[in-house]
Design a protein around this ligand. Structure first.
Ligand code: PMP
Length: 435
């Protein structure tokens, strides 16, 4: 189809979809207007905003959500991977109620925190771990640890990578990034990355990388690329940090276990705290023991809520009773099958789903997507239309196209998503034709 005609059709379809969304959601709009009087843009978490206004969620149960206007959605967002257990898992609820019964804000060590630490270490191949309150904080601590250990200042990160609100490397970085001295390298480009590492070799403290870009578009790192970073870090005497805040869910031992690559430090977050606020960084004892307060030269690691009783109890139950290695294998197999099915439905169009296991992202671009630069050339208008069309069909997922499975997602939920994608490709076929 002629490009000019296609763009006019897309603009008209988008205008219609936005108007229908606004008309359908008056209570969410009123909430948004009200909140904007006291919160910048009615928002306290930037990713949740989208034009013309975001929906407000009234409640959740299992893998279902209801918005303020009473519409029901199947939750394929899974709280950007933190909501792996769904909204009302009985074992997590019991653990939290048990912790509440024992009192909160105890201001001391508990037995549960070391049990949880043992479970986390055992699962992800760490000798020592420290808890934080978020993935952002875990990454800040991991980078600070690498700088202190090496006595060097430089950090290599990857263009399009995301390691937290203060460690954002899309679009060249953010003005509010933490003031680490960062050199950006290209993702999935071993030669390009090794050249950047070589340039900064003498002052290189750390290389930080997600083994699959999560927020950056569910783009898996190739084993060859990640292995070359391992080698580059070792040769430079720098620490390799795997940010597995999202990807640790992709295999029982985290994505690193399937790659057979052992980073010096691993950071965790999201679901590992059972859905409570959580972050962690850990690795070899010899690296982490700089935080041992018995040492005269110990480094400080503070945080009022690092061992808060709700996270410790929920995380312990989550990892040992709920997201067992078997459950992890099953959830990721379900995700693999779903992604393959969606790609079959979308074949012959510009729509494709990248990812691994229980995480995927919809892209509107034909051809391989190996980097954020590839993903950035996708059709943004089609992505927006996809979002509104699927919302109208009762599917909740990220405006940026991210879809994450949670444990209560069953065959019927997968069928509903597959049907909605099939309907979208049928209805919008003219706009989706691959050249
Ligand atoms: N690293 C990665 C890979 C993430 O996806 C995120 C959160 N989306 C973070 C770090 C930051 O975690 P938090 O939001 O808990 O600070």
């Amino acid at each position: 189809m002629n490009d000019v005609l296609a763009n006019a059709d897309l603009d008209a379809a988008l205008e219609e979809a936005r108007a229908a969304f606004t008309a359908r959601n008056p209570a969410s709009l009123a909430r948004f207007t009200d909140a904007a009087a006291v919160m910048p843009g009615g928002n306290t978490r930037s990713v949740l905003f989208h034009a013309p206004f975001p929906l407000a969620v009234a409640r959740g149960e299992g893998c279902l959500l209801w918005d303020l206007d009473g519409h029901r959605y199947i939750d394929f967002l899974g709280e950007y991977t933190a909501g792996l257990f769904g909204h009302s898992h009985p074992a997590i609820g019991a653990a939290i109620r048990g912790a509440l019964a024992g009192g909160i804000n105890l201001g001391g060590h508990t037995v549960v925190e070391a049990r949880f630490a043992r479970a986390v270490c055992g699962r992800f191949g760490l000798e020592r771990v420290r808890f934080t309150n978020s993935g952002t904080e875990a990454n800040l601590m991991a980078l600070a640890t690498a700088r202190a250990r090496t006595g060097r200042g430089k950090v290599v990160a990857f263009a399009g990578g995301y390691h937290g609100g203060l460690l954002t490397f899309a679009g060249g970085g953010s003005p509010i990034n933490a003031p680490f001295d960062v050199a950006l390298a290209p993702y999935n480009d071993s030669a390009g990355a090794r050249a950047v590492i070589e340039t900064h070799r003498a002052d290189l403290a750390a290389i930080i990388v997600e083994p699959m870009l999560g927020g950056g578009g569910c783009i898996p790192g190739t084993p060859e690329f990640l292995a070359s970073l391992r080698q580059g870090a070792s040769e430079a005497g720098a620490l390799l940090i795997f940010d597995e805040v999202m990807t640790s869910r992709l295999a029982p031992g985290g994505l690193q276990s399937t790659l057979g690559i052992r980073p010096d430090l691993t950071t965790l977050g999201k679901y590992v705290g059972g859905g409570m606020s959580f972050g962690a960084f850990g690795g070899r004892a010899e690296v982490m023991d700089v935080f041992d307060p018995r040492r005269a030269d110990a480094l400080p690691h503070a945080g009022t809520f690092n061992n808060n009783v709700l996270t410790m109890a929920a995380g312990l139950a989550a990892l040992t009773e709920v997201y067992t290695p078997e459950a992890a294998a099953a959830l990721n197999a379900r995700g693999e099958a779903l992604r393959a099915r969606l790609n079959r439905i979308a074949s012959g169009t510009v729509l494709q789903f990248t990812g691994l296991g229980s995480m995927m992202t919809a892209h509107f671009r034909a051809g391989p997507i190996r980097s954020p630069a590839d993903a950035a050339t996708g059709n943004a208008g089609l992505k927006e239309l996809f979002f509104f069309d699927l919302l109208a069909a009762g599917l909740w997922f990220a405006r940026r196209g991210m879809i994450n499975l949670s444990l209560p997602i069953d065959d019927a939920a997968c069928d509903a998503l597959a049907d909605a994608v099939a309907e979208f490709t049928a209805l919008r076929g003219r706009l989706l034709a691959a050249d």
